[in-house]
Structure formats: structure tokens, C-alpha cells
Write a protein that binds this ligand. Structure first.
Ligand code: NAD
Ligand code: TDX
Length: 339
């Protein structure tokens, strides 16, 4: 099998490349990435030593560049991770989210049709379902939950899902979609909650908790997400949406306190800051469909996954140290400076 993995130099895309190279050592993977601020070729350093992996720098909105990759390679499967992925950035500047997440997806869909790729997978998010109330723990997102978005990010992801479904219906395009809850693990860009709090704790910097810290997210270790996508692209039913999540709901403040305690720091670092605009209250996935149809269950308990993750950030300071000391300082100042 030959796979195209877009967004391969990002957090989940890179973890997926490593997962596939190990699980299917005979498969060939082409990783494509524009290397935006969120993409880091260092993350793929070990993969680049594998003769079955190749990297192409290209923007998914660049039709000519994308077409030429599809022309050169005969892909069996396309997995699209490439996206602008940070909600806060989408609130500051939505345009790039629409361009990459919607128009970029369209370019990939057109190329996959033109070059008759037998299988396309769109990596989506639970955020397309909007949010759930905090006082109704009985409610979960199923694949039937209506799309109801809150941020420019989630609206752009929902739009790309709808486009994939339109290509399915109109052209008989062979696609699947997965909607996963919040991921954590190695190589996550330090703008996201868990790595940001780890990095700030280690530098004894304030820990900026939005609002009262009571918003709930449903955390899944990244390798479990990769395992689910691997099952869907190989055994899932064409035309279907699969929710992915491991019933692991936690408030943000509990996550922050857990990181503080694991790093032996003081809770006095916690700083409550102005809430995110339109802040989704709670996400919670019902993964019954993927469990029943494909036998997927998460393997990594949160207590283990967070330990692996914190250890990884402790042991890989170069990887994120370079990021937080570079261009990112401007972003951090703009986002948190006088919040
Ligand atoms: P990320 O921001 O870490 O990585 C995104 C990657 O896409 C980067 O390497 C970036 O360089 C690349 N990219 C951005 N624009 C591009 C373009 N125009 N052309 C080519 N490459 C481009 O994001 P992530 O957290 O790894 O998320 C990957 C996917 O999974 C996204 O589609 C996201 O919506 C989805 N998702 C993420 C989570 C999560 O918790 N992180 C949860 C559910 C779904
Ligand atoms: O500094 C912070 N302080 C804070 O309180 C940051 C960065 C976040 N938060 C809160 C906001 C959220 O309630 O923590 C929670 C998690 O925030 P993010 O890490 O930004 O993730 P979220 O907004 O939940 O979106 C993530 O999950 C779904 C990913 O970034 C998306 O790409 C994915 O689709």
C-alpha cells in the first residue's frame, strides 16, 4: 500500500507516520506538509531514515503542486491531517483557516478524484458538534449529533466535512471521516493546553487558565487516535463517519493541577485570565460505533499517557525549547500579554 499523509510534520500527522511505519512496515508513506509555524521537520527526523518514507514540502491549497505529487505517486489511500488547528488563532485571524481547511481539502478531493485514488480519509474533530452543557453528563456526541459550530476553526472543519460528504454523494467518492476528541502526547505544539502548561511550569511562568477553568475536554492519547484511523482506512465502511474518544472527561483546572503536581511546582503559578470568546463548555464523545464495528478501544489510560507525555517534554527540551524561544514569543505576547 502507498499512503499520502498530509500534515505529516504536525502533531498527530507525525505520530500517525510513526504508527504506520511500525504497524505496516511494508507500506510506503509520502508525508506532505507546508511546514507552517506548526510543522516541524525535526519531528520526522527518524522517519526520514526509513527508506519507505518520503517527505514532500507542499501546500495543500497549491493545486499544481498537489496534482504533481498525485501524478508521480499512485496512492492507495490519502489521509488528510493538514489543517490550521488552533482555536485561539482562528479567533484572531479566520482567513487562513478557511483557505487551508476548506479550499485545501477541496484541492485534495479533486486530486484524489482525478488520479482515481481508491480511498480518502478526512481527519475531523469533535468540535464540529459544538458543545454540551456542563450539567448534563448523560449527553455525548454521537455521529447523529447535528453539526453546530462555535469558532471559525470548527466552522472551517465542519465545512470540509460537508464538502467530503458532498463529493461522496455527488461523485460516489470513496471517503471516510473521523471526529476525534482532544489529543495529547509527544510532539504537540506548545500553544495547546497540555504542552503549554508543561512548558510554562518548567519555566516557572504563570499558567493562564481561561475563565474559571471549568470547561471540560475528553482527552485521548495520540497513539490511540492513530490506531483508530489505521482501522478506519483499512476496515471501515466507505461513506461513514466514525467518532473517536475514550470517555476521559476532565476540567481544564484539574489538568493544570495534575501537571503542577507531576512537576512538583506550586499552584500559585495558576493565573485566571479572560475567557476565550465563544468558549465551548464541554466535549464528550460516544465511541460506540467504532468500538462495535471495528473493535477499537483506547489502550492508554490517562494516568499513563500524561506521564509518558510529561516525560517526553522533559527529555526533549530542544524540540520545544527552540519553538518557545523563536517566533512563538510574539504569538505568546499577543495572546497572553495583557489578557
Ligand atoms: P498541528 O497544527 O500540530 O499540525 C498541522 C500540520 O498541518 C502542520 O504540520 C502544518 O504545517 C500542516 N499544514 C497547515 N497548513 C497546511 C497547508 N496549507 N498545506 C500543507 N500542510 C499544512 O495539528 P494537529 O493537532 O496535528 O491536528 C491534525 C489534524 O487533526 C487537524 O486536521 C485537526 O483539525 C485534527 N484534530 C486535532 C485534534 C487535537 O486535539 N489536536 C483533535 C481532533 C482532530
Ligand atoms: O492557555 C490556555 N488556557 C486554557 O485555559 C489554552 C491554550 C487553553 N485553555 C483551555 C481552552 C480549552 O477549554 O484549555 C482547553 C483546551 O484548549 P486547546 O488545547 O486550545 O484545545 P481545544 O480548543 O479544546 O481544541 C483542541 O481539540 C480539538 C485542538 O486544538 C483542536 O485542533 C481539536 O480539533
Amino acid at each position: 500500500m502507498k499512503l499520502l499523509v498530509t500534515g505529516a510534520a504536525g502533531f498527530i500527522g507525525a505520530n500517525f507516520v510513526y504508527y504506520e511505519l511500525e504497524k505496516h512496515p511494508d507500506d510506503v508513506i509520502v508525508g506532505l506538509d507546508a511546514l507552517t509555524y506548526a510543522g516541524n521537520l525535526e519531528t520526522l527526523e527518524a522517519a526520514l531514515k526509513n527508506p519507505n518514507f518520503k517527505f514532500v514540502k507542499a501546500d495543500i491549497t497549491d493545486r499544481d503542486a498537489v496534482d504533481s505529487v498525485f501524478e508521480d505517486e499512485q496512492f492507495d489511500i490519502v489521509v488528510n491531517f493538514a489543517a490550521e488547528s488552533h482555536v485561539d488563532r482562528s479567533i484572531e485571524d479566520p482567513a487562513i483557516f478557511l483557505r487551508t481547511n476548506i479550499l485545501g481539502t477541496q484541492v485534495l478531493l479533486d486530486a484524489a478524484r482525478k488520479y482515481k485514488v481508491p480511498r480518502y480519509h478526512q481527519v475531523s474533530t469533535d468540535e464540529v458538534y459544538g458543545d454540551l452543557p456542563l450539567n448534563r453528563p448523560d449527553l455525548l456526541f454521537t455521529e447523529q449529533t447535528p453539526i453546530h459550530t462555535s469558532s471559525p476553526y470548527s466552522a472551517s472543519k465542519a465545512s470540509s466535512d460537508l464538502l467530503v460528504q458532498a463529493y461522496q454523494r455527488t461523485f460516489g467518492f470513496p471517503a471516510t471521516i473521523s471526529r476525534c476528541s482532544n489529543n495529547y502526547g509527544p510532539y504537540q505544539f506548545p500553544e495547546k493546553l497540555i504542552p503549554l502548561m508543561i512548558a510554562n511550569c518548567l519555566a516557572d511562568k504563570p499558567l493562564p487558565v481561561y475563565g474559571e477553568g471549568l470547561n471540560v475536554r475528553d482527552w485521548l492519547y495520540v497513539a490511540d487516535h492513530c490506531k483508530a484511523i489505521d482501522l478506519i482506512i483499512r476496515e471501515g465502511r466507505v461513506g461513514e463517519v466514525y467518532n473517536i474518544g475514550g470517555h476521559n472527561e476532565m476540567t481544564n483546572i484539574d489538568i493544570v493541577k495534575l501537571i503542577i503536581s507531576a512537576l512538583d511546582k506550586s499552584e500559585s503559578l495558576i493565573t485566571y485570565v479572560t475567557d476565550r470568546k465563544g468558549h465551548d463548555l464541554r466535549y464528550a464523545i460516544d465511541p460506540t460505533k467504532i468500538t462495535n464495528e471495528l473493535g477499537w478501544t483506547p489502550e492508554t489510560m490517562f494516568a499513563d499517557g500524561i506521564k509518558i507525555t510529561i516525560d517526553w517534554y522533559l527529555n526533549n527540551r530542544d524540540w520545544w525549547g527552540n519553538i518557545v524561544s523563536g517566533e512563538y514569543t510574539k504569538y505568546y505576547e499577543k495572546m497572553y500579554g495583557d489578557r
